[in-house]
Design a protein around this ligand. Sequence first.
Ligand SMILES: NC(=O)c1ccc[n+]([C@@H]2O[C@H](COP(=O)([O-])OP(=O)(O)OC[C@H]3O[C@@H](n4cnc5c(N)ncnc54)[C@H](O)[C@@H]3O)[C@@H](O)[C@H]2O)c1
Length: 375
Amino acid sequence: MKFLITGGAGFIGKWVVEKLPSDAEIVIVDSLDAQVHGSSIDFEPELKSRAKCIKADIQNIELYTDLIEGTDVVIHLASQTGTGQSMYEMSRYIQQNVNGTAKLLELVSKLKRKPHRMILSSSRAVYGDGAYTDGQKILYSCKRRLEDLQNGVWEVCNDQNNILKSLPMHEDHLTNPTSVYGLTKLWQEQLMQNYCESQSIDLVSLRFQNVYGPKQELSNPYTGIIGIFTNAIAQGNSLELFEDGLVTRDFVFVGDVADAVVECALYQAPLSSTINVGMGQAVTLIDVVETISEIVGKPANYTISGRFRVGDVRHAIADMSHYEALLGSWSPTSLKDGLVQYLEWYLDQKPVSHETLQASFQEMERTGLLLSKQG
Ligand SMILES: NC(=O)c1ccc[n+]([C@@H]2O[C@H](COP(=O)([O-])OP(=O)(O)OC[C@H]3O[C@@H](n4cnc5c(N)ncnc54)[C@H](O)[C@@H]3O)[C@@H](O)[C@H]2O)c1
């Protein structure tokens, strides 16, 4: 089988390439974006030995039509991925993520033989704040008011100031992104759905939660909170936890995510579905920091700053029942086991300077997106 992987030189892409069958023919199109790959101008030798690697922006993908002809499955991973950054570099995110996807579809429309399946790496960001309940009904668009955040009221409340309960994100829930990044991921889903339906191409949109694990670029300060925490703890630097440190996320190990992508890529029957991919468990940021600290064997010097990022969601966790109904049981790697694997890899990497991260925070402060609790 022939696979086209856009963004195949990135974190998740490298794992997908590794997990595809050894006889698969693979073409990678990746711009080797400097924010992700630093000064690297060429693909890593392991990728070059396994795949035909094309260095190009997907907005120019039509130049490579001949090399892509005959593709059976497209795995579309190329995207700009910084949620916070997307709030002040809107046009770049829209260009690369939305226009890039449109250009990919234009290319597919010109192929003599169409792929039978396309897989999109979407994101939990499409759900925005997600769904809440007051114990009786499902509630959407339960936004945290700026004045509440400034007063240190972190949980989502109803008009009577009662705390609402967050629900696991389900594929049937309303999509309502709170960031430009989230909007671009939703537009990617909709563009691909629109095109694939018209051409009877089997589309699988996978909505990933927070992915972590070995091979995640450490030098990109806009993504990968586990890398940021690990850097600080391993180097003995102080660490800032936003809000009250009790924000929850669903951290899913990259090997499990790549398994899900490959499972869908090779699935024999049509899937035509949108599917969550998370560990299915919510963890507080304090728990994450303390687990990393225990594995590294160094204390975590963290402060709970009361600062907050505008647009951040309070809780995120995937409901994995749809995945299990379609594809069978889901047994994800535990956070502790995943972090042990991550730390083994991390210790062989060049440490990243504390200043890189601070600069990204300063950028958010300058643009009014990182605020402090008052008083
Ligand atoms: N990592 C996560 O936690 C996470 C969570 C949800 C969704 N996702 C999605 O999964 C996909 C892969 O994420 P990742 O963590 O591997 O990110 P990554 O930044 O490591 O990889 C993305 C790759 O795409 C390339 N790229 C970016 N823009 C491009 C363009 N216009 N043309 C060609 N190549 C381009 C980059 O050079 C990079 O190699 C993305 O679509 C992202 O939105 C990731």
